[in-house]
Design a protein around this ligand. Structure first.
Ligand code: RB5
Length: 150
């Protein structure tokens, strides 16, 4: 799998650990910043990563901020992005299986390194289930277009 990763200052300390773990599993990961722990605005880095994922078909993203909340809200504003805020292996697996998530988000102030590893394992080993979930995922795009969802 190919990943893009970005954080804000509050997720920066987990970035190297996460990159190394993803590489250990044999995946590719491209770092979109920041390059140091100076204060930055999470929407800027969410946008960078989300746009890279949309432009590179079949790729995935990892976004980390303090809680994972601001960076996931921001990424989900980009058309074509389904960013799942996860807290454990269950949510990381479910967001692939049910939501066809293309970005995994989490909070450095929320999860430890062991949980990060288990979320990445789950995210990477779970396929989108399709079936009844396909129509729901299609309706997600409808939400951003303001369509009448019936
Ligand atoms: C930064 O202090 C913090 O607000 C940010 O990382 C994130 O948790 C926002 O949702």
């Amino acid at each position: 799998m190919k990943f893009y990763i970005a954080t804000d200052h509050a997720g920066y300390a987990l970035k190297e650990f996460t990159k190394n773990y993803v590489r250990e599993l044999g995946h590719e990961i491209i770092d979109l910043g920041p390059d140091n722990a100076d204060r930055v605005d999470y929407p800027d880095f969410a946008k960078k990563c989300a746009e890279a994922v949309v432009a590179d078909e079949g790729s995935f993203g990892i976004l980390i901020c303090g809680t994972g909340i601001g960076i996931s809200i921001s990424a989900n504003k980009v058309k074509g992005i389904r960013a799942g805020l996860c807290h454990d292996a269950y949510t990381a697996s479910a967001t692939r299986a049910h939501n066809d998530a293309n970005i995994l988000c989490f909070g450095e102030r929320v999860v430890g390194k062991g949980v990060v590893e288990s979320m990445i394992d789950a995210f990477c080993s779970t396929e989108f289930e399709g079936g009844r979930h396909s129509g729901r995922v299609a309706k997600i795009e409808g939400c951003s277009l303001g369509a009448n969802l019936g």
